[in-house]
Design a protein around this ligand. Structure first.
Ligand SMILES: [Fe+2]
Length: 380
């Protein structure tokens, strides 16, 4: 016990003992549930406790707001990934729930035979991000984000889906596929050219509402309809993760605690790893027309597509203008402007149709979390 404490002091700030006490007090003052207090209070005195951000100063308010927005975003995304995993991923102890839908799983596997494994791992990663950020907030006396009261949307009725309330709606998606050209265009950056319109890879998906999962077993036929749903899912996977790829570096620019910065720059690149994988797989979506609604998946390698902006194997981020055109182009994450980044991310999810059917209270809660995060400017 004593030697542990010594170790902790030398590892933390010079006056760590005092700071830890203050940190614990403010933690208690901020009122976590009694059960949580025992566990988390204990944690503050454990060796792990020595890594708490800036002991004695608590968590800067702005950093807490940014983390709360990210916890909400990860919770919402986890809800979407879980629905995908139930139907076309791998269901196991790491990602429980659902029973799989063999026909839909086969259609998604047309994009890559490993899709089920990738979906499982994506879901697990997303769950881990939400759980970690919430636990970090709680350990600093900040209320974690809990959206359980909004789990009200219906599940798919297709074989394999759990019948539980959902946060997100995957059955009326409007998928913005402009990220495809945005990462291939050598001349434009959304931060420098806010009015430039990047073309859509799948123009039809950006207009109208389409299921990303079978709504019931009636959607399992005819084959091109089911494949169109799998293709929609394929582009939606990349849409979700390109958003995460942008939001972490965008918000990282406004955090003040070095440890919170460490969290954002450690999670953010995993979003980029997901995005890169999904980007590659979306390019394997077979060209077709959904016979039930006319949705067209074009051949991205042939005119009028093809070329620098559409060819499917150009999945590495093309160098583009960054910060100023006085500099040479650079291969970067885009967009990454920090002003208003949380609000932009929230708006993109709303425009995606993910929340169709949600209550006004839900929208208000998400907008408020985004606003609070965008108010953060490192002032405290
Ligand atoms: Fe994530």
């Amino acid at each position: 016990m004593n030697s542990d404490r010594t170790e902790e002091r030398s590892y933390a700030a010079p006056n760590a003992a005092t700071d830890l006490t203050l940190g614990r007090r403010s933690f208690l003052r901020n009122g976590i549930s009694a059960a949580g207090t025992v566990t988390l209070g204990g944690m503050l005195l454990s060796r792990e406790g020595s890594v708490l951000a800036e002991p004695g100063h608590g968590l800067p308010k702005g950093d807490a707001a940014i983390l709360r927005f990210l916890a909400a975003a990860e919770t919402l995304e986890t809800d979407a990934w879980q629905q995908y995993n139930e139907l076309c991923g791998v269901q196991d102890a790491e990602v429980p729930g659902g029973g799989g839908n063999p026909a839909f799983t086969a259609a998604v596997a047309v994009l890559d035979e490993d899709m089920a494994q990738y979906l499982h791992d994506q879901t697990e990663d997303s769950m881990s991000h939400a759980a970690f950020i919430n636990a970090y907030l709680a350990a600093h006396g900040v209320e974690p984000v809990n959206l359980d009261r909004f789990r009200t949307l219906p599940s798919s009725k297709a074989t394999g889906a759990q019948q539980i309330g959902r946060l997100t709606n995957l059955m009326q998606l409007t998928v913005d596929t402009s990220w495809w050209a945005r990462y291939r265009d050598p001349n434009h950056n959304p931060d420098l050219d806010p009015n430039f319109v990047f073309p859509q890879a799948v123009p039809g998906l950006a207009n109208g509402q389409f299921p990303g999962i079978p709504r019931s077993d009636a959607d399992l036929t005819p084959p091109d309809h089911l494949q169109a749903i799998a293709n929609t899912a394929g582009f939606h996977f990349a849409f979700l993760e390109q958003g995460g790829t942008s939001v972490y570096p965008s918000l990282a620019q406004r955090v003040t605690s070095r440890e919170v910065l460490r969290i954002l720059v450690s999670i953010g690149p995993t979003e980029a790893m997901h995005f890169q994988t999904w980007h590659d797989k979306a390019g394997n979506a077979p060209p077709l027309t959904d016979p039930t609604n006319g949705l067209v998946f074009p051949d991205l390698n042939s005119p009028p597509f093809g070329g620098e902006e559409f060819t499917t194997n150009l999945i590495m981020p093309e160098p583009c203008p960054f910060l100023s055109r006085m500099f040479p182009t650079a291969s970067i994450i885009r967009a990454n402007e920090t002003e208003g980044a949380a609000t932009r991310a929230a708006k993109a999810l709303v425009a995606n149709g993910l929340f169709i059917g949600q209550s006004q209270a839900f929208f208000n809660a998400v907008v408020e979390l985004a606003r609070e995060a965008d108010r953060a400017h490192g002032e405290d």
